[in-house]
Design a protein around this ligand. Structure first.
Ligand code: UGA
Length: 447
């Protein structure tokens, strides 16, 4: 059997770390590098720097058995000692919505410098989400300039977007729906295809081979489609609320049974958050504008996502009138369950607006409390359990659909709240049951 290629991963956020641990767990030698020394120190101890189910056990194991190494800001060493380098650094948004390529620039220059010292063929794979044209126009020139070598001859270049979901990122690493490989040259595409054939064996997902730009666009199209599905069902939810007896949950269930639509990503709620959908939709809007096409559809998807969370505040005002001096409980802070991530979490505009209206906020989340404290500091109060959170409050808003909150019965709200006003922002409670016992409002439920 041929020797397994050695792999380096630059950037150990969600994507980089899951990729690195994924390969290391299957016996590959992996060297990762990140500029954040604190993050690296944690990884070296076998502790993931973020909450991700199933990752801690495998990280510990791969660090202990030596398959995975993690260096502080040492791209050059990582590249020199391996055959394939994954770029998995962040691509944040600039204020105008376009993507900020500063980390991609730095890393591709550093990799280029290392390539100048390499004798054997090396493949560079861009896993970071980058707008179409970035790899051809930024990564390739940087690699060629710094290495004084030619792409497609001395080294290869691919784009391999990831489709990992936070909260199930490690599971997704081993269970991909498909693998997309965009390549500059045939040889590097073949090398990455061979790598994945071995990695996924015997359960190989479909492999799509394509150009660099198409691979870059697939990632954006995928996320934009999912975001569109969410804003679409939220639009239907908003319509349902105006129609007595209409319920978006049942509409979505029936729609989802149509094979052409499918049941997933049709959960109406307070909008989408996280580090991906908001940023990627904005970046695709900005990128297509730069190419001369203004996408009205994507702009509407984004606009609706801005107004949707504020509906929770509207509902509160409908029930309580003036919010000044009212105690409001917030159940859930993370942008979705099973993560402590609060980037673009819909709870942030909700809390900010409630504070502006003079309300007092008490919040609880099973894992995102520290994250919330770093954002809101002492502007809000923090509870140590869901029951403590709702105690003596005038209204409760369910923002994140954690399993723990699904267990709360109407009696819990009745017994503990000053006024039993419950706003279900994620449709986890049965309106038939809850509206009989509480003053209950739910997204997409026409009373
Ligand atoms: C998303 C994609 O699902 C991944 O495939 C992709 O790899 C990732 O972005 C990325 O680009 O890195 P993620 O941000 O982890 O993954 O979260 P999702 O599970 O997709 O949820 C995003 C947001 O949509 C959450 O705020 C969630 O509450 C919301 N959502 C999701 C809804 O409001 N309704 C739904 O039906 C589904």
């Amino acid at each position: 059997m041929l020797e397994k290629p050695k792999i380096s991963v630059i950037g150990v956020g969600y994507v980089g770390l899951c990729t690195a641990v994924g390969f290391a767990s299957k016996g590959y030698t992996v060297i990762s590098s990140d500029v954040d020394a604190e993050k690296v120190a944690k990884i070296k101890e076998g502790i993931p720097p973020f909450h991700e189910p199933s990752l801690p056990e495998m990280l510990k194991q791969t660090i202990e058995n030596g398959n995975l190494k993690c260096l502080v800001n040492h791209t050059e060493k990582a590249v020199l000692e391996t055959d394939i380098t994954y770029i998995a650094v962040g691509t944040p948004s600039k204020p105008n919505g376009s993507i900020d390529l500063q980390f991609i620039e730095t890393v591709s220059n550093d990799i280029g410098k290392a390539l100048s010292q390499k004798r054997n063929y090396h493949v560079v794979v861009v896993k970071s989400t980058v707008v179409p044209g970035t790899v051809q126009n930024t990564v390739k020139p940087n690699l060629e300039k710094q290495s004084e070598k030619r792409c497609g001859e001395d080294f290869g270049l691919c784009v391999n977007p990831e489709f990992l979901r936070q909260g199930s990122a490690f599971y997704d690493t081993f269970n991909a729906d498909r693998v997309v490989i965009g390549s500059f040259d045939q040889k590097s595409g073949d090398a990455i295809e061979a790598l994945y054939k071995e990695f996924y064996y015997p359960k190989l997902p479909p492999i799509i081979r394509t150009s660099l730009a198409t691979a870059e666009l697939i990632k954006y199209a995928n996320n934009a489609m999912l975001a569109t599905k969410i804003s679409f069902i939220n639009t239907i939810a908003n319509i349902c609320e105006k129609i007595p007896g209409a319920d978006v949950k049942t509409v979505a269930k029936a729609m989802g049974l149509d094979k052409r639509i499918g049941p997933l990503f049709l959960d109406a709620g307070l909008g989408y958050g996280g580090s991906c959908f908001p940023k990627d939709v904005k970046a695709l809007i900005a990128c297509s504008k730069a190419f001369g096409y203004a996408s009205e559809l994507l702009e509407s998807v984004e606009n609706l996502n801005h107004t949707q969370p504020l509906k929770a505040v509207e509902f509160c005002k409908q029930q309580l009138g003036n919010l000044s001096g009212k105690n409001i409980a917030i159940l859930g802070l993370a942008f979705k369950p099973d993560t402590d991530d609060m980037r673009e979490a819909r709870v942030v505009p909700i809390i900010n607006q409630l504070l502006l209206e003079g309300a007092t906020i008490i919040a609880y989340d099973p894992v995102a409390m520290n994250m919330a404290k770093s954002i809101f500091q002492d502007k809000i109060q923090y509870a140590s359990s869901a029951i403590r959170c709702i105690k003596n409050t005038d209204a409760a808003i369910l923002v994140t659909e954690w399993e723990e909150f699904k267990k709360l019965a109407p009696e819990d709200f009745l017994k503990n709240m000053r006024q039993p006003i419950l706003i279900d922002g994620r449709r986890i409670y049965d309106p038939e049951i809850y509206s009989k016992k509480l003053n209950f409002t739910a997204i997409g439920f026409g009373k």
